[in-house]
Design a binder for this molecule. Structure first.
Ligand SMILES: [Mg+2]
Length: 239
């Protein structure tokens, strides 16, 4: 650093602090970005196809792993989460403008228009969610190579949800599974404890979980999977 630039820095720093201080006074100093623009970015991310392309990159890794790993003989299991992993709830997310609305009603017109809002519970019970295609391809790789598939979901284990989930999975192309684990109602376990506990149970029954695929870190943490694959989901968070 030359003498001249050191001197310039000595002059500049107080000026920067002064500007920051004034800016802080004017705005409160800690105003987060406006939510409207973040919603716009999320919508653009989904509708541009970048969301699905990013999922496809993760799915490619999962397919490559399974193609290699499932060559080895054994009783192998591949575990999938459901929401925003196997199935997309985008019509409900969009209709709710990124609000987490679980109750209320949801209607779909003859033209396929989704009511605003569209409660997540009623939406799920309609069984209209479409497959997330790159993940469907991972499912197909698993089945083709002889692995058994398990779904472990935070959806409540109630008859209406189980029936709708089975119907929806089949309609979306996930046609068979060795287990569909919905979360027992009233269970106090958090997601990591619940999901890793279910994987532990699958392994105690003789399977080796070679891959676990989910859209939340909480789908994947807690062990009992050789490899985990996290597909992007910037639309909501499940701790
Ligand atoms: Mg999910």
């Amino acid at each position: 650093m030359t003498h001249v630039t050191r001197r310039a820095n000595r002059l500049a720093l107080p000026a920067i602090f002064a500007i920051a201080l004034l800016g802080g006074c004017a705005t409160g100093g800690h105003v987060p970005g406006n939510i409207h623009f973040h919603k716009e970015r999320l919508t653009q991310y989904h509708e541009s196809g970048n969301y699905e392309r990013d999922i496809a990159k993760v799915a490619d890794d999962a397919n490559a792993w399974l193609a290699q790993r499932l060559k080895t003989p054994g009783k192998h299991a591949v575990v999938f989460d459901i929401d925003e992993t196997a199935l997309s709830n985008w019509p409900s997310i969009k209709a709710n403008d990124f609000g987490w609305i679980t109750g209320g009603d949801c209607k779909i017109s003859d033209k396929g228009e989704v009511s605003k809002p569209c409660g997540l519970g009623p939406w799920i019970r309609m069984g209209r969610a479409e497959a997330i295609k790159p993940v469907l391809a991972v499912y197909q790789t698993a089945r083709k190579m002889g692995a058994d598939v398990f779904f472990i979901t935070g959806r409540p284990d109630l008859p209406a949800f189980r029936e709708a989930t089975e119907k929806n999975l089949r309609a979306a192309g996930f046609t068979e599974w060795a287990g569909l684990h919905l979360k027992p109602t009233g269970q106090k376990l958090d997601t990591i404890a619940y999901k890793s506990g279910e994987r532990k149970r699958i392994e105690s029954e003789g399977w080796k979980v070679v891959a676990s695929v989910g859209d939340q870190q909480s789908d994947l943490d807690g062990g009992y999977a050789e490899r985990v694959f996290l597909v992007p989901n910037p639309f909501y968070y499940v701790p």
